[in-house]
Write a protein that binds this ligand. Structure first.
Ligand code: AMP
Ligand code: GLY
Length: 425
């Protein structure tokens, strides 16, 4: 079959790398892709908000599956666009309806869903500019730290966690009145602070059956010891040592099952990933957030651990045959270290030549922000540049492999965190 994968980051290179290994694949196209994806398929320059152009390409190239990497096209309704058109309705889209994508696109929608379906999460209320004074009263009723979340998509920046009540009130005002996050902050979810360790759980579902993929932990802050600004993610590890059988059984019973049942009860048209951001609070899992896609950089450590054919799994999802699907997982540890441009997540330079890629051994290099020129030279083109994924029989061994190979790669002002996974050793 011919497959079109949408996106251009490390997540998409990893998905492309995995899909390209499938015996049922004929041709793989990635739009717009990066230098790495061009090693696994053919990059095509399509804009992800130009649904008409994507449709024309899909028809012309006899595409029978579209895998949507990032959330924005899903929140924008790409699934409904294809499903409502007689020419494209039979394409298996790994995604979900615009309505269902609100699980990520609206924090208020997601919280309502969790409460309705009895899924453990932090207590919350939602406020808009009209009832900002109620929001201030609600803040006064909570203990610090205060958690404020812009309702809509805010490129991972829409959450404020503040220790001080007056700062929390000011933050609320900035979002609701000063439009700090624009449209995304027109409503603000204020919630109880959950204290614990986070992990990311991934489920592939069609709202009826599901498979649970390996869990992961990501490292969001730019600085070592989890300090400094939030980033897209500086590295990930899988499996997560504290997510033992007993804990994962609680996750499945209390969170995954009611989530999939909730998707069915609410008649959501779903055929893709649910990424559940969880907090382990003294051994009990609580949902921090839903995303409707795979995580990045979690994908870079999770997908290489899947031994089964991912394309067959996607095919089974679309054909309602997920119940028969089996998932074979590599029991080894996988770790992924993100090499980023100096200055990221604030301003940074692009166009730096990358060297040393040919020296890498016992690791997989997934490209995030890279570009190739006509001579095949590779240059940086984003903040997060490359993810170095390696396996090991334990966490120490996998990390040692990742770091050893990270050192072989060079570009001007390259930076990476040297403490990924160290908190769990
Ligand atoms: P989100 O965009 O919802 O994932 O929030 C970003 C980050 O804020 C999460 O990864 C958590 O580290 C933190 N966070 C969000 N909600 C809470 C909460 N209720 N309690 C503690 N930390 C939170
Ligand atoms: N790594 C977190 C995310 O993809 O949102």
């Amino acid at each position: 079959m011919n497959v079109l994968l949408l996106g251009s980051g490390g997540r998409e290179h990893t998905l492309a790398w995995k899909i390209a290994q499938s015996p049922i694949l004929d041709q793989l196209f990635i739009a717009p892709g990066n230098a790495g994806t061009s090693l696994s398929g053919t990059n095509v320059s399509l804009k992800l908000d130009d649904f008409d152009a994507i449709k024309k390409f899909a028809i012309d190239m006899h595409i029978s599956m579209i895998v949507v990497g990032p959330e924005q096209p899903l929140v924008d309704g790409i699934y409904d666009f294809f499903k409502s058109d007689p020419q494209t309705k039979d394409i298996n889209i790994i995604g979900m309806s615009k309505y269902a994508a609100q699980l990520e696109g609206s924090k208020d929608f997601a919280k309502e869903f969790m409460i309705k379906h009895n899924i453990p999460t932090a207590a919350y209320e939602t406020f808009s500019a009209e009832n900002i004074s109620d929001g201030e009263l609600f803040l006064e009723s909570l203990n610090p730290p205060y958690v404020l979340k812009a309702d809509g998509l805010a490129a991972g920046k829409g959450v404020l966690i503040l220790d001080d009540l007056e700062k929390a009130k000011a933050g609320l005002r900035e979002m609701l009145v000063d439009n700090k996050f624009g449209q995304a902050g027109q409503q603000v979810v204020i919630e109880e602070f959950l204290s614990g360790i986070e992990l990311s759980v991934f489920v592939l579902t069609n709202g009826k059956d599901y498979v649970v993929l390996p869990e992961a932990k990501d490292y969001k802050r730019i600085g070592e010891g989890d300090t400094g600004l939030n980033t897209g993610g500086m590295g990930s590890i899988s499996p997560v040592p504290f997510a033992d059988k007993a804990f994962m059984a609680k996750v499945e019973e209390r969170i995954i099952k009611p989530t999939v049942e909730g998707i069915a009860k609410d008649k959501m048209d779903y055929n893709g990933f649910v990424f559940i951001g969880l907090m382990n609070v003294n051994g009990d899992p609580f949902v921090i957030e839903y995303n409707v896609r795979m995580g990045d950089p979690e994908t870079e450590s999770v997908i290489p651990r899947i031994k089964s054919d991912l394309l067959e799994l996607f095919d089974a999802t679309g054909k309602n045959k997920l119940a028969n699907a089996s998932l074979e997982i590599d029991p080894r540890y996988s770790t992924s270290i993100m090499l980023v441009s100096g200055g990221y997540p604030e301003s940074y330079e692009k166009g730096k030549k990358i060297s040393g890629l040919d020296q890498v051994k016992n690791s997989i290099v997934f490209h995030a922000g890279t570009k190739m020129n006509e001579d095949g030279d590779i240059f940086t083109s984003g903040g997060r540049v490359l993810a170095i994924t390696a396996f090991g029989n334990n966490l120490e061994e996998a990390l040692a492999n990742s770091f050893e190979n990270a050192q072989k790669i060079q570009f001007e002002k390259m930076y990476y965190r040297k403490d990924i996974g160290k908190d769990l050793m």
